[in-house]
Design a protein around this ligand. Structure first.
Ligand code: GRF
Length: 201
C-alpha cells in the first residue's frame, strides 16, 4: 500500500509510523510526507529517513481554496491508498475528503467524542475527567467525528498539567497510530456506518 502522511510540526507520530514501516511491521511504504509550513521538525525527520517531503506552505497562498487545490494536486500525484494525518493542524477541505473517502485517518489526543478540536489536553484537564487517551479514526466531513478505529486510555492525575498529560498520551499515540495503519494496510478494517470492524488475520 502507498501511504502519504501529512504533518504540521514535531512529527513524532510520523516517525512512529515510518519506524514501524522500516521494521517491516506495516505492509506498506511511505511514499511522501506533506507539510503545510516550512522548517518543521517533521520534514527534517522525513529527510533523514529518505522519505520525500513536499512543502505546501499555507502562507504562500492567497486563499484557502488555492491552498486546497495545491494540496489536492500533490495528493493525486502521489496516488495514495492511505492518507495519514499525523499532527496535521488544519481541517481538510471537503473535496479532498470526498475524493478520498474511507482512506484518510487521523490521530487525536483524547477519547473521542470528548474533547474534539484544538487543545484536547487542556479541555480534558479543565473538565476534570479521570481518564483520557487517544483515538485513531477515519476522517469524515466533521472535525474529529469520523468512525473510530482504535482508542487507548490512561489516567488523568490530579497533579497533571497539559505537558505531563500530553506526554502520557503521546506514548499511547505512538502505539495506536502504527497499529491502525498496519490494520488498514492488511485490509482488515471495514467501515459500517459509524462503526469500524476489525477482521481476524
Ligand atoms: C499529537 O498529539 C496528535 O495527536 C495531535 O497533534 C500532535 C502531533 O504530534 N493531532 P507530533 O507532531 O506527531 O509529534
Amino acid at each position: 500500500k502507498r501511504i502519504v502522511m501529512l504533518a504540521s510540526g514535531r512529527g513524532s507520530n510520523f516517525l512512529a509510523v515510518a519506524s514501524a514501516i522500516a521494521e517491516g511491521k506495516i505492509a506498506g511504504r511511505c511514499v511522501g510526507l506533506i507539510v503545510d509550513r516550512t522548517g518543521t521538525p517533521a520534514a527534517v525527520r522525513a529527510e533523514s529517513q529518505k522519505i520525500p517531503v513536499t512543502t505546501i506552505n499555507y502562507q504562500d497562498f492567497q486563499s484557502r481554496d488555492e491552498y486546497e487545490a495545491a494540496l489536492s494536486a500533490a495528493l493525486r500525484s502521489m496516488n495514495p491508498d492511505l492518507i495519514v494525518l499525523a499532527g496535521y493542524m488544519r481541517i481538510l477541505g471537503f473535496s479532498i475528503i470526498r475524493e478520498n473517502a474511507g482512506r484518510i485517518i487521523n490521530i487525536h489526543p483524547s477519547l473521542l467524542p470528548s474533547f474534539a478540536g484544538l487543545n484536547a489536553h487542556r479541555q480534558a484537564i479543565e473538565y476534570g475527567v479521570r481518564v483520557s487517551g487517544c483515538t485513531v479514526h477515519f476522517v469524515d466531513e466533521g472535525t474529529d467525528t469520523g468512525p473510530i478505529i482504535l482508542q487507548r486510555c490512561c489516567a488523568v492525575n490530579e497533579d497533571d498539567d497539559e505537558s505531563t498529560l500530553s506526554d502520557r498520551i503521546l506514548a499511547l499515540e505512538h502505539e495506536a497510530l502504527p497499529e491502525a495503519v498496519s490494520l488498514f494496510c492488511e485490509g482488515r478494517l471495514k467501515i459500517d456506518g459509524r462503526r469500524v470492524f476489525i477482521s481476524e488475520e
